[in-house]
Ligand binder design. Structure first.
Ligand code: HEC
Length: 146
């Protein structure tokens, strides 16, 4: 019986370990494949490497906004380390501050979607407002690896 309980406990540990690894890989994937990829499109239009397109800009802002709805749930206790995470321990020390930065990112991307900039001149300040969120959060809540 005792052996059996140990086995159960071991499986439980394994499962929670995997769940935390999932949270880390999920949040990294959202940042890279959704937020980062959208940023790539927006930055190309801002730099003139791609013709400005309202629908493409709105889609990118919307993708970022969608991420803000679930990203905050991917920092459970126990996911502070591992999986090549660059999340800073400050997130867990100041979860409210972190969530406030995320909420601001949500507001700015929602406003950008609503603005649906008609041309590049209208797009630039909206883009600047959204882009400011990356640095604001990263410099505080992300460990900078060289
Ligand atoms: C509310 C905070 C917050 C905001 C806003 C934010 N990020 Fe992040 N970002 C993070 C955190 C935390 C990580 C580290 C996640 C990890 O490694 O566990 C990260 C990681 C990343 C990564 C690396 C993903 C990987 O593969 O490891 C990229 C790329 C990225 N962010 C791009 C952006 C861009 C571009 C913006 C702005 C448009 C942005 N982020 C806005 C918090 C934020």
């Amino acid at each position: 019986m005792r052996k059996f309980l140990y086995a159960i406990a071991a499986v439980g540990l394994l499962v929670s370990g995997v769940a935390h690894a999932d949270a880390i890989s999920d949040r990294k994937a959202l940042m890279k494949e959704k937020v980062g990829a959208s940023m790539g499109v927006l930055a190309k239009m801002a730099k003139g490497e791609m013709d400005y397109d309202t629908a493409a800009a709105v889609a990118a802002f919307q993708t970022m906004n969608d991420v803000t709805k679930t990203f905050g749930d991917l920092f459970p206790a126990g996911s502070e380390t591992g999986g090549d995470t660059t999340a800073s321990p400050k997130i867990w020390e100041d979860m409210d501050g972190f969530k406030a930065k995320l909420a601001k990112f949500g507001e700015d991307t929602a406003a950008a979607v609503a603005a649906a900039p008609a041309d590049k001149d209208a797009f630039m300040p909206v883009f600047g407002q959204v882009a400011g969120n990356c640095k604001a959060c990263h410099e505080m809540y992300r460990v900078q690896k060289n």
